[in-house]
Design a protein around this ligand. Sequence first.
Ligand code: FAD
Length: 317
Amino acid sequence: MSEVLVLVEHVEGQIKKVTLELLTLARRLGTPSAVWAGPGYSAEAKARLAEYGAEKIYVADSADIADYVVAPKAELLAQLVSSASPAAVLVAATAEAKEIAGRLAIKIDSGVLTDAVGIGEGLVADQSIFGGGVNVQSRVTKGTPIFAVRPNATPVEAAAGAGAEEQVTVAVSDAAKVAKVVDRVKEEKGARPELTEAAIVVSGGRGVGSAENFSIIEKLADSLGAAVGASRAATDAGWYPHQFQVGQTGKTVSPQLYIAAGISGAIQHRAGMQTAKTIVAINKDPEAPIFELADYGVVGDLNQVVPQLTDEIAKRK
Ligand code: FAD
């Protein structure tokens, strides 16, 4: 079976869950080979990648790769596509990896399908397009197909792979050196799971009413071990930080459960959350468009419904 390259997403050596999802998906398409780019590779990283089916691990851990933003990673993948002739390349549908995928497609003269939520027979992708308004089946018809797959779209399954390591050196070209990382600011993490990786997300919108009142959204999220999200109306009002905005111009989430409180369900918000497995809407307006999308809806004032829900969950723990 042909190799399927999986670009590993990692932060300070910690492998993100989406990589395990990509390895699980890659096993259905061929033989997964993980591609580690940048510093931080360790014995634990190797063990984790092998645990989820990586037969081979290409390691390019020079600092250069991380220092010049995305271009060297695209060069690394292009080099591997040329030497290994894989059946496909999988990356996560994150802002950075989508940029890498686009650059790679140019370099290897092929096509890239973004926001894939599944890949089936004949490397046909289920793709969520036009801001999430339409789902289509698409196939790359030229060269080695590249897929940017949404986090949380594939349930993770472990299956041991050989994890055979191969060191790779990539000569970072002058063209790739035009943009250099000058500083890194650590995002405040807190105790909650990361928004794009969380299995449950509780989001608040304009209906929350104020920054202070977001505490009821946070309490519900904490009772469920969930991440907190927000609509653009809430982030623009300064009630919640922009990094938690869900939607077309914010983050894309695909959790098992998405609870939208005081959010009307504008198309730009839907674009970031409509592939969630189960959607619960809490809104005082029975005509709110979010109810068209929701699996469960509560018509009521969130100031009453959300604390009641939090209490009820606490009782059942
Ligand atoms: P509203 O639309 O004002 O809805 C508030 C809802 O709260 C209403 O349905 C109301 O009935 C309900 N409500 C009020 N009080 C209560 C209460 N006490 N209890 C229960 N329910 C209550 N938006 C995003 O979210 N993410 C994006 O990434 C994004 N990108 C955009 C990009 C572009 C180019 C543009 C033009 C817009 C974008 N928007 C985005 C904005 C989007 O169009 C909407 O304006 C926004 O999503 C509305 O946020 P909201 O649902 O919180 O507010």
